[in-house]
Write a protein that binds this ligand. Structure first.
Ligand code: IMP
Length: 435
């Protein structure tokens, strides 16, 4: 019985929303295990566009159970906003199809304020966060001063823990950041009220997911952000604050690592990144602009233009190996339709040394110069193609070349934003059968 993890294998925004939405059709339970409303999963259903930040993409399918695991940093305001937004569009959402872990950490107003203030404080060294309070909330989790969803449901505990937290956060806000303090009473009222709205959804989701797995249900774990933004294995410090790949599932969903049957990475046919930090294969010239416009590369959460560049073989090999991927899905292949020449980063040069494998944390990625190799573009609109053999020969050549360089089978291609714009590969059945 398969438990599958689907994760972003680059710097986020790999088009996971659409793929996960497709895979969710065969799943019974869809689980988020890390991150928070910093994610933005875009799903287009029958021409209607849904952008989900916190709620798993399975919500758009009737009869799926959707789970927000303990590993998330949950902003209750965003949670309720998203539930109401879905209901307003006729999507049924209640405690029977959406579950929220009582052990997930809560993002408060002070976390968002501190996120913005810390970024200002960092100046040129800023991370370029989404400003959603993610880092400060996870920092409190690690410092053991955070509040969890369960705390919002217990008035006495909530008062005690929020009072203790705000005493310190108000000192930080006023004395370091020069901001007005937050009123404990106002915050308590707001968050305990929100807690009541959350109550019907709250439960021990780890136990619920394990029970579903034992009962033979299909479980899909939905990663947010990307492996290169992983707090431990990504391009630290320019990362998010959670474990974004399959590495995050055990801790963030309460699901034993050895129960995972299948891991699938998602990556675009090129690379993008939002926020600051090194991006070795970034293209600062006309090609980068062309990719941005053709791929509509603007952030789903913040609207920021994404930095664009070429497919990075070293980063990809690293992230697929690290997360134990059985296969991967190449998305946005159609974005390259109009290119005369398509480039791929196949090596890094640092301090006169050539690296053909990911160089590890001791190398500062900012010092990397990439070595690019080229393929001839196919210059054909492939958005209508649905079978691999119907792709232009040059497209297949590119796909197979990249697949060989990466060394992990590409099990599916995506050639447009709609649900049906996908091309299965022969390896897909093999990857599915293995589970
Ligand atoms: P944070 O997650 O808001 O703390 O932001 C940390 C870094 O992760 C920044 O570079 C963000 O731009 C990036 N990031 C966070 N969420 C996403 C996402 O969903 N897609 C791409 N980048 C993201």
């Amino acid at each position: 019985m398969p438990a599958t993890c689907v994760f972003g294998a680059q710097w986020g925004d790999e088009g996971k929303g659409k793929i996960i939405d497709g895979l969710a059709r065969d799943a019974d339970v869809v689980v988020r295990y890390q991150g928070g409303a910093n994610a933005g999963h875009t799903v287009i259903v029958g021409g209607a566009k849904y952008v989900l930040h916190l709620i798993p993409s399975g919500i758009l399918h009737r009869s799926k159970l959707n789970v927000i695991g303990n590993g998330l940093a949950v902003d209750p305001l965003k949670f309720i906003e998203e539930v109401e937004g879905l209901r307003a569009r006729g999507v049924a959402v209640d405690g029977s199809n959406l579950r929220l872990s009582s052990a997930a950490h809560v993002i408060f107003e002070h976390h968002k304020r501190i996120d913005h203030a810390s970024e200002r404080w960092r100046g040129v060294g800023r991370i370029g966060t989404t400003g959603r309070g993610i880092g400060p909330c996870y920092a409190d989790k690690a410092a053991r001063t955070g509040l969890r969803v369960a705390d919002l449901l217990e008035p006495e505990r909530c008062r005690r823990r929020l009072a203790a937290a705000l005493a310190e956060k108000n000192a930080l806000l006023t004395q370091v950041h020069g901001e007005a303090p937050l009123s404990l009473e106002e915050q308590l009222e707001r968050y305990m009220h929100l807690g009541e709205e959350l109550r019907p959804f709250v439960g021990d989701t780890g136990a619920e997911v394990r029970a579903a797995y034992r009962a033979g249900k299909q479980i899909l774990f939905e990663g947010a952000q990307g492996a290169m933004l992983d707090i431990d294995h990504g391009s630290y410090p320019y990362v998010t604050s959670s474990n974004t790949g399959s590495d995050g599932v055990a801790a963030g969903a309460g699901f034993p690592a050895r129960w995972m049957d299948r891991v699938v990475g998602i990556a675009k046919a090129y690379c993008t990144r939002v926020g600051e930090g090194p991006f070795p294969s970034e293209d600062h010239g006309a090609d980068g602009v062309k990719i941005r416009e053709a791929g509509n590369e603007y952030g789903a959460t913040t609207g920021r233009p994404r930095r664009c560049g070429w497919f990075d073989v070293l980063a990809m090999r690293y992230s697929l190996e690290l997360n134990g991927a059985d296969g991967w899905i190449m998305t946005n292949l159609d974005v390259l339709d109009s290119f005369e020449e398509i480039k791929v980063a196949t090596a890094y040069e640092v301090g006169g040394k050539l690296h053909t494998q990911w160089p590890g944390a001791h190398v500062d990625l900012a010092d990397v110069k990439v070595r690019l190799e080229s393929a001839k573009g196919w210059k054909t609109d492939i958005t209508g193609v649905r079978r691999y053999e119907d792709l232009p020969a040059l497209t297949r050549k590119y796909v197979e070349w990249v697949e060989k360089l990466v060394g992990v089978p590409i099990v599916m291609l995506s050639v447009g934003p709609d649900r049906d714009q996908i091309i299965p590969r022969a390896g897909l059945e093999v990857a599915l059968a293995r589970a």
